[in-house]
Design a protein around this ligand. Sequence first.
Ligand code: KDG
Ligand code: MG
Length: 402
Amino acid sequence: MKIVSAKVIVTCPGRNFVTLKIQTDQGVYGIGDATLNGRELSVVSYLEDHVVPCLIGKDPRRIEDIWQYLYRGAYWRRGPVTMRAIAAVDVALWDIKAKMAGMPLYDLLGGKSRDGVMVYGHANGADLEETVDAVGRYIDLGYKAIRAQSGVPGIEMAYGVGRGTLHYEPADAALPTETVWDTRKYLNFAPKLFERLREVYGPEPRLLHDVHHRLTPIEAGRLGKALEPFDLFWMEDATPAENQEAFRLIRQHTTTPLAVGEIFNTIWDCKDLIQNQLIDYIRATIVGAGGVTHLRRIADFAALYQVRTGCHGATDLSPVTMGTALHFDTWVPNFGIQEYMRHTEETDAVFPHAYSFADGFLHPGDAPGHGVDIDEDLAAKHPYKPAYLPVARLTDGTMWNW
Ligand code: KDG
Ligand code: MG
C-alpha cells in the first residue's frame, strides 16, 4: 500500500483552516488538521515544501515510523509549525488505518472507556451580570461544565469576551488588535464573578476559568487561594509555562486545580509539570501536540501521576481535530474533560462530521475513521483571509502576554 498524493487545502468558512488530505493507491483517503491560528500559511509551506515530497510512495500503515521520520528526520525538532504538520499527517494516517479496519478510531485505540465525553462550553459577557446570564444559558442547554470569562471594570477588552453567545473568535483583524491589561483590576474582580455564580447557580455546575497567561506565579497563587471557596474545576494558564518550575510556587499557595498546555507541542513541554505533580489537567491536544501518536504518549505519562486530560477545543481547532479528540477522549483512561467551543454553521458545512452533542456530552459517532470529512468544492468557495490574534500591553505601554 502506498501514499499517492497529499493535498493541502486552505479554507476560511468564517475563520481559516488548513487541512491535509492523504490519498492512497487503494482508494482510501485520510484527513488531518494543520491549523495554526494567525500563522496558518507557515504550516502550509512546511507541509507543501518539506513534508509532502517525503510522503509520496510511503506505506501509510507505518504510522509510527512516519511520525519518527518527520520528527527526527527534520533534525530541527519541536515547535508549533513542525508539530502541527506532523499532527496533520499522523491524524490522516490514523483515519486511513481505522477506515481500512472498518472501525471508529476509538475502537482501534483500545475501545470505549466511557459512554460520552463531558465537555465545557464558553460563557462570557461584557460585565458580571451578563456573564451570569450567559452561564445560565449554557446550563439550559444541558452543559454540566462551563468556562466563565467576563469584562473587567476598567479594562476595555478583557480576554475571553466574545461578540456572539455560542461562538467566540479572538483572531479578529488583518493586523493584531492592541488590548490593554491591568492585573490589579482583574485580581480584584475575578473572585467576585465566581462568588456571584455560586450564589445564583449553587454548587452543582462545574465552573472553569482561563487566566490566559496574564499573571506572575505569586499573583496566580493569590488568585487560586481567593477562588478556593467557589470550588473551580480548574484555573487555566495562570502563568506562562516555559519555566515549568514556576508552577511550584502556585501549587504551594492553593488547592484550586491547575490546567495548562494548550500551546504545548511535545511531552518535553510538560514533563516536569507532570512528574512533579504541579498540575492536575494537561491541555495539549491532537493538532498542537503531534497528533494521536504523540498525545497518547503524553496521556500515558500523565496517568502515572494522576494528571488527567483536558484537550484544547477552541474554534481554531478544526472539526477534524475535534472529531479526532473525541475518539481519543472516548478511549483515554485518564480523561478529565474536553473543551467545546462550537463552530459556526458555515464551518460545519465545509467539514461534515459524525460527532454530536447531547445533554452536556459529545459523542464521536461510529463511522469508520475519525468521522470527519471535507467538502472540497464548498471549501474552495471560502478563500483564505489574513487574521491575527490580538496582542496585549500593560497600561504604561509595556508588551504583555495576550
Ligand atoms: O488561538 C487561541 C485560542 O485557541 C485561545 O485563546 C483559546 O485560550 C483559549 C482556550 O482556552 O480555548
Ligand atoms: Mg486557554
